[in-house]
Design a binder for this molecule. Structure first.
Ligand code: CP3
Length: 342
């Protein structure tokens, strides 16, 4: 039988609600911090045995129903010839940001994702070690979110440079987004070939756009990515601040729509035309106590409706989160979601 996670994603019968957590492997775990004392973040991503160890360890400690590959949505920008670094405290930095039409024109027309071979090797290692009933989620950034890092040169609040390029120079925007979409399709295909049974497309910052701009400047490219992948692979599409975009995101072609913590699951249900939902506990709840967590889980399970729901956070775990509370969260979801089905 297929894994619980895959069945929930496909709206098939489940005995309880599956659970995994965005950023389940990361700095809130002491074993991860120990590794980080010896290796940089990029070194961890680029050494398949280390990336596999980080992925498997988090899955094992938490007893979640899916492992997510340890990597980053920005690794692909190195295939565009851009220089990626992660500065302490500053997050990602892309030197020589792609701000002007000339800079866009200089990008290679096709993205050679064979440079990311270390990712495919990690996927193979993880799949080999993972229990068969546990899913392995591959992932990539959606063209808009990756484009925003390329244009801004790093994280941004307002995305002004990105929007200026998008509004003022639609042909350059199309060239950048098409290049990223095509590279992303090939990148995800190779993760799938290596053993990922599902993929998540992260459009974390799409919520900075109006629905009209999303439809015009972003949706066609995300749709192309999702619709070019093999139909037997489960696809999840996530963004933050996307309440008003959920209908359009669902139309892009994923099986599952990720819901952020600002959007009620019941409301999201009405937007996604029968697709499965993933979400949506506020990661801040993991900074509280057991009682608050239990109450929040019960609320979310009730709103999720028991079927067609994959429990997750509404965005990633934050570094100051106590591991014990994360374990408690997973146990509570497992218990409460099977109890409520009896
Ligand atoms: O466990 C997992 O979720 C899998 C691994 C994973 C990472 N990044 C590891 C990571 C995944 C799926 C991502 C996706 C990612 N990366 C997104 C989309 C999800 C989201 O959070 O919205 C984005 C926007 C990025 C870009 C990125 N990577 C930023 C902005 C940062 C710095 C901020 C931060 O949270 O530290 C990173 C670094 C990063 N990616 C870390 C990890 C574990 C921390 C690196 C460290 O150890 O210092």
């Amino acid at each position: 039988m297929e894994s619980l996670f895959l069945r929930a994603c496909r709206n098939q019968p489940i005995e309880r609600v599956p659970v995994w957590l965005m950023r389940q492997a990361g700095r809130y775990m002491s074993e991860y911090r120990d590794l980080r004392a010896r290796y940089s973040f990029l070194e961890l991503c680029k050494q398949p045995d280390l990336a596999a160890e980080v992925t498997l360890h988090a899955r094992q400690v938490l007893q979640v129903d899916a492992a997510i590959l340890f990597a980053d949505i920005l690794l692909i920008v190195e295939c565009l010839g851009l220089k990626l670094t992660f500065a302490k405290g500053d997050g990602p930095v892309i030197s020589e940001a792609v701000r002007t039409p000339e800079a866009v024109a200089r990008l290679p027309k096709t993205v050679d994702v064979s440079e990311l071979d270390y990712v495919y090797q990690a996927v193979k290692l993880i799949r080999k070690e993972l229990p068969p009933e546990i899913s392995l989620i591959g992932f990539a950034g959606a063209p808009f979110t990756v484009a925003s890092y390329c244009v801004e040169g790093g994280s941004s609040r307002e995305f002004l440079n990105t929007k200026r390029l998008m509004y003022c120079d639609p042909p350059s925007w199309d060239r950048l987004m098409t290049t990223l979409a095509e590279g992303t399709i090939e990148y995800l295909r190779r993760q799938i070939e290596a053993g990922a049974d599902s993929v998540q497309l992260f459009d974390s910052w799409a919520g900075c756009l109006s629905p009209a701009d999303y439809r015009k400047f972003v949706k066609p490219y995300s749709a192309k990515v999702l619709q070019s992948l093999p139909s037997e692979v489960v696809k999840i599409h996530f963004g933050r601040g996307t309440a008003l975009l959920l209908q359009d995101m669902a139309e892009c072609g994923a099986d599952v729509v990720g819901v952020d913590f600002m959007t009620p699951l019941g409301w999201a249900r009405q937007q996604v035309n029968g697709k499965a939902l993933q979400g949506n506990l506020d990661p801040a709840v993991l900074l509280t106590d057991r009682e608050t967590i239990r109450n929040s889980v019960e609320d979310i399970l009730r709103e999720g409706g028991g079927q067609n729901h994959i429990f997750n956070l509404g965005h990633g775990i934050v570094p100051q989160t106590p591991v014990d509370l994360v374990k408690y969260l997973v146990e509570t979801v497992r218990e409460q979601s099977s109890v409520s089905f009896l």
